[in-house]
Design a protein around this ligand. Structure first.
Ligand SMILES: [Zn+2]
Length: 572
């Protein structure tokens, strides 16, 4: 709470266990602003019902009722009084809105000066067509510039998830407490808790300096002599301060109970159930879970296996090109992949096109890429046969507009969805309104399925079906392979069932997203790669077939089987 009054601080991050008063801090912050520093306030909880409602009715309302200065400011809640409802309260000089993170309309309304994001690791990461939930909420504070205040609290989940990322960006303060025996200052750490023979009643917290064992009373008593120490004072962004606090500091808890919980979790873990240990780590220690290796792909071997494509852009094995385009606020990132029989693939081009996608320049650069014909080893020229552009999040309308214009080049807008979904689903038409009456197809890409397929391909280590070839090019650097290997499949326990999901282990992953879009584009074309490969080898011997050979119905009834002839395999 004090940190907001330090010079230059805009964002305060708390990565905490339960039982350390997160909610009280949040309430105090809101109360302070109502009473002493009125301004527009937004409180975001993971859900509207029950969490935002509960925060308002069962936490904030009682606090306001019991505190004269607050109840005077906010006033009694009367029926039909629009100025004081469950989700919105106005007072002299400001207002407080309380909403769920899934509600795009309330997240993106008026500007706010004080923004409180509670339990951010439980927010939906993206809102359909709007982008990162946290970014949408943060955008509301921009109008207030350096006057803004943002508080983020959460118990952590996994390494690389929001609260952990924000904690790392901040100055990483931990609470150092002196040892009652030698006076050395140390944070309370789980590795210094020891007990005898599975007997939790013998638990003590030891000093790493002199090994003195504190009992529970001393543990709580010494807290008043402690102080916050920033372990990362030389951070890049000095407006962010971050705090870590575990249940080991909680005066409401005791060591015995914590050790008991650990012993239970360890027993379950030995029986093959990791969920209790994960919960212990997250909600008792306040630490994110480090993902085990093996659930994703290791980037280093990918770098070592790069190969020389020779003089051509596209080696002999590939016979069809697709492109995936990731849209950011200031650039497009793209990846072109060549496909051969057995879905063996070759990375052909990675590029970054600078420019704001709201303006025309960056799209003109993309036009150039689309117009380019890549030199195949046979001497043929291959154009890009299909392109998927991610329209979720950034500059959605500009993406629709471009896809509308380039529909005949099979350029499609898409949004990624997690969960049990096929790589592409039947497309829908996005709203016409925002595009001056024009329409374009919008595909839903099942990102989990696509990532699973692509990451298994990366794991194949011998050329042949499924193998991913990486060239010895300048752009195929360690950043590229790190991005391709940027996510891991983790299994979490949800309502007693294991649920697998891909999670980021590093902040940037544009190339993996682009690879996913390439897979979607390939799926959209559903080409006969064997036939295309033969045609490329010997254009005269293999006749151009007008009908699809696999006997399945095309995705779109109206599709005229034209792309094979129009598209790739002409020798010039
Ligand atoms: Zn000591």
């Amino acid at each position: 709470m004090d940190a907001f009054h330090e010079w230059g601080v805009e964002t305060v991050v708390g990565m905490c266990s339960s039982q350390v008063g997160k909610t009280s801090i949040a309430l105090n912050m809101v109360a302070y602003h109502i009473a002493h520093d009125p301004c527009p306030i937004l409180v975001v909880q993971p859900t509207t019902k029950p969490m935002a409602e509960d925060f308002s009715k069962n936490r904030l309302d009682p606090l306001i009722r019991a505190t004269p200065i607050l109840s005077k400011a906010v006033g009694e809640r009367r029926s039909r009084d629009a100025s004081n409802t469950v989700y919105s309260k106005t007072f002299n000089g400001g207002s407080v809105s309380i909403t769920g993170a899934g509600s795009a309309s309330s997240l993106a309304a008026r500007p706010v000066r004080f923004l409180l994001l509670d339990e951010i690791d439980r927010f939906p990461p993206e809102l359909p067509g709007e982008g990162s939930t946290i970014e949408i909420a943060l955008a509301r504070t921009k109008a207030f510039g350096r006057q803004r205040q943002v508080a983020m609290f959460s118990s952590p989940t996994f390494v690389g998830q929001p609260i952990h990322v924000w904690f790392e960006e901040g100055d990483q303060r931990r609470f150092y407490v002196p040892c009652p025996s030698c006076g050395e200052m140390n944070p309370y750490r789980w590795e210094n808790v020891r007990w005898e023979d599975s007997d939790s009643s013998t638990a003590q917290l030891h000093c790493p300096g002199c090994d003195y064992g504190m009992d529970d009373a001393e543990r709580v008593q010494m807290l008043q002599h402690g102080e916050w120490v920033a372990e990362n004072p030389d951070r890049e962004d000095e407006t962010i301060v971050s705090f870590h606090l575990s249940e080991l500091y909680s005066p409401f808890s005791d060591l015995q109970r914590i050790v008991k919980r650990f012993l239970k979790a360890r027993k379950a873990q030995k029986a093959g159930d990791n969920s209790k240990m994960h919960t212990f780590q997250n909600t008792t220690l306040g630490e994110p879970i480090e993902l085990e290796a093996g659930e994703g792909v290791d980037p280093d071997p990918l770098l070592l296996r790069r190969e020389d494509y020779g003089e051509c852009d596209v080696p002999a094995g590939a016979c069809l090109l697709t492109m995936g385009v990731d849209v950011q606020d200031d650039r497009l990132e793209l990846l072109v992949i060549g496909w051969g029989p057995g879905k063996e693939s070759w990375l052909v081009l990675r590029d970054l096109l600078p420019g704001d996608p709201d303006g025309p320049e960056v799209w003109e650069l993309l036009d150039d890429v689309l117009a380019h014909e890549f030199l195949h080893q046979s001497g043929a020229r291959l154009p890009i046969s299909a392109t998927f552009i991610d329209s979720a999040g950034h500059r959605t309308d500009a993406v629709y507009e471009y896809c509308h214009r380039k529909a005949t080049r099979l350029v499609f807008a898409s949004i990624g969805r997690a969960g049990v979904l096929p790589i592409i689903k039947t497309p829908s038409m996005p709203h016409k309104r925002s595009m001056g009456g024009r329409k374009c197809l919008l595909y839903t890409v099942g990102v989990d399925a696509a990532k699973s397929q692509f990451v298994s391909s990366l794991k194949i280590d011998e050329p042949g079906p499924g193998y991913v070839h990486i060239p010895n090019s300048e752009w195929a650097d360690d950043e590229l392979v790190a991005q391709l290997a940027s996510e891991r499949l983790v299994t979490r326990w949800s309502k007693g069932r294991p649920v697998s999901a891909w999670v980021k282990v590093r902040a940037r992953n544009e190339m993996l997203d682009c690879a996913v879009l390439n897979l979607a584009a390939l799926r959209r074309l559903n080409p006969d790669l064997e036939l295309l490969a033969q045609r490329l080898k010997n254009p005269e011997a293999v006749p151009v077939k007008k009908k699809r050979t696999d006997g399945r119905k095309p995705f779109l009834g109206r599709r005229r089987g034209g792309w094979l002839q129009k598209g790739g395999a002409h020798r010039r």
